[in-house]
Design a protein around this ligand. Sequence first.
Ligand SMILES: [Zn+2]
Length: 384
Amino acid sequence: MDLHRKGVFSMPVSDISEPHEAYNGEVNSEDFWETLSMERIAAGLLKTGDRNPYNIKPNFEYWAPWIGRYTRKAPIVLNTEWQKVQSTSAQDLITEMGITEERLSDELMKLKVAEIRKLCKACGVGTQGSKTDLLSRLRGQMQTRTAYDKIFQKVWGASGGWAVILCPCGVVYSVKFLIRAESPRDFSDMLFSWKHMPNICIYDFARGLATHANVRRPEAMPFAPFEGLLAEDTEDNLRAALSGTLTVSLPWLNEKKLDEDVSCHPVTGSSDHYALYDKFHESNSKDVRDSLRKIQIVPELAGSVNTQAAEQLFSGMRKNNYFLNMMSPTTHMFFVRNILHIQNEEKNKSMLTKIQKGHSKTTVNLQKDSLGRLVVGKFITCIP
Ligand SMILES: [Zn+2]
């Protein structure tokens, strides 16, 4: 799971009104995406200057993520993005803003000194001193909502990017086009809309995701056991994890559990849910307990799972950003979703060809199982 920050559309952030009181965060994704298709068709029939009756302006209550038909529970999916703006509880602010703040700080570092100085002026803090002085002043200011919004608008300049959930093989299962800055809320919205939440989530801000999801659904505790840590945070375990000697085997990642857990994932038979860091992001963390979220601890994952799938997808999409980012919000979404769909199909097709080539000397019976996966003897691939 990751964010593509460069995939944006222009949008005045302040123009979006709050949703109606009755809005509970549920939106019909089938209707929404159908309207986006209708907008494209109607565009071909209208005269220049005519208003497209299917156009949807960015808003908080009719704005749906795209989640694969067989991946989602139902056409009704969650989008609670407006709560990023409304939230006042301390816990929410920590999980919502803390994460984005880390991303913002990274982006601020890349700005030129003159730009940082301008930003300091806009936020009403001193403009004297070195780049480090300016940055530390801005970071202090980010704790307040108004300064934070100013910094966000300057650095981002537009919408919040795409939050994407994809399989390590590269197949994209979900994408959410963010109006505001990314937060674990966005990934939780999508995961809560899935029929089966994956047992392992790899995310740059794994701790924030586990905390947010568990605070939001305390009765279900989506990330458990140990709040999505691989082992209990005892002194012994922490010491072992920090020295690189801790091993937690999850054999059901390779072979389904014979004795299935209650409400388990149908592929693994396990109901455990872990939120982990890939090896490039684990050093970001300031919390020592996060050493229990390293994927290297799990022998079934270490070295064999491609944790760079999202980066690979985003670097491939970069060549499209010059035209995608000039489009209106809904056109942008329609085309991104189309490109992702075609890429998914291509990935599946090339996997199929590879399997067929491997079996060319024998007749092979390829079938899909009840979960839509391609089955060749014992070999299973992922087909969404
Ligand atoms: Zn896959």
